[in-house]
Design a protein around this ligand. Sequence first.
Ligand SMILES: Cc1ncc(COP(=O)(O)O)c(C=O)c1O
Length: 396
Amino acid sequence: MTTNNERHLERALRTIPWGSQTNAKRHDRDGMDQRPAFIKRASGCYMWDLDNRKFIDYRAALGPIILGYQYPPVDAAVRKQMESGTLFSMASPIEVEAAESILDTVGWAEKIRFMKTGADACTCCIRLARSKTQRDHIISIGYHGYHDWFAFAWPNPGIPEALKQFVHEVDYGDINAIDQLFADFGDQLAAAITVPIEWHLSPNPEFIQHLRTKCDEYGTALVFDEVLTGFRLAKGGAAEFFGIEPDMAAYAKGMANGYPLSAYAGKREWMDTLDQTIITTTYAGETLSLAASIAVMDVFRAEPVHEHIKNMGKLLREGFEAIFKETGFPASTVGVDQGMVIDFSKTKEDAHKKLFNALYAKGIFANEQWFISYAHQASDIENTLDSISTSIGEIS
Ligand SMILES: Cc1ncc(COP(=O)(O)O)c(C=O)c1O
């Protein structure tokens, strides 16, 4: 029987290339037939597909959902702002309020400006670094979005060949490669942009500190791409987690609980480069997302959000480890409790796919990475662990 999901997918593919706007949401990415192509509604840590199947969600809309879907005080703040308007012909006072509130939460940065996507925010940091240093070369660690300055890793016809010479990609943790690049290009390096952690690896404070030292030595901007770590790893993101301050950082997911907002923030001397280069876009001061962000920051200040996320993540992780041990399933958990990853490198080739497909069938929605929100409760974790146990039994 054809499901509503299947019918809707057929319709979507007639007008929308991929049938979705985001690569990670493509229905055909890994052929898991139990994963729905569409989600109709979500609330707390649950979501429902077009056939009314209910899921406990660990994907958090790819990271932005930090408090849970439709968190009432955030949505109320958005509704209230809607009564005054969404976008005006001049700046809105809510931009100042949001700037102050976010800088206060982040702790280390002195100035901030808004954008809409993570890729935008990273690109702005790169532009400011290049503008201030008058250099072109960049060291890049991790994924930073689809923009032309960076997106070489995929087969990506459409990016001018000439741009590729300026970006030097390095694996997270590879200190030797960093040293070599600074030796070869030191006085041409505008920025080293890094994801502060790679989720499938252990956090590497020595690597981040090494980057900080090298950047200081050469006058290169250290940029943290906090798009995924910001407001999730800790209230003050990776800068707080490591106790190491970058010169600039890009923020996005987790700052407005799913409303479209990103930001680039940093030390005054880097941010004031906006005196000499123009970064401008019409929707950056859109007020609904800013209202959402102020409400999110208020919750961060008032409630133990990050403690809860870490505790629930730890509970889930310990449960996974116990099940792997008990069943002899040759997997393990890696990364941090706030968004651990299951390492399938010792399992059979298709075990990963089979396990996740079995989990989707039981109403557990996860990907490689397990994101916890403030909405997940111990009972959700217990349900999830029961499903993991049964699924391993089925596929072994
Ligand atoms: C670390 C990191 N940087 C940048 C991006 C790009 O963000 P966006 O998809 O909002 O453009 C992502 C998206 O997943 C990301 O994880």
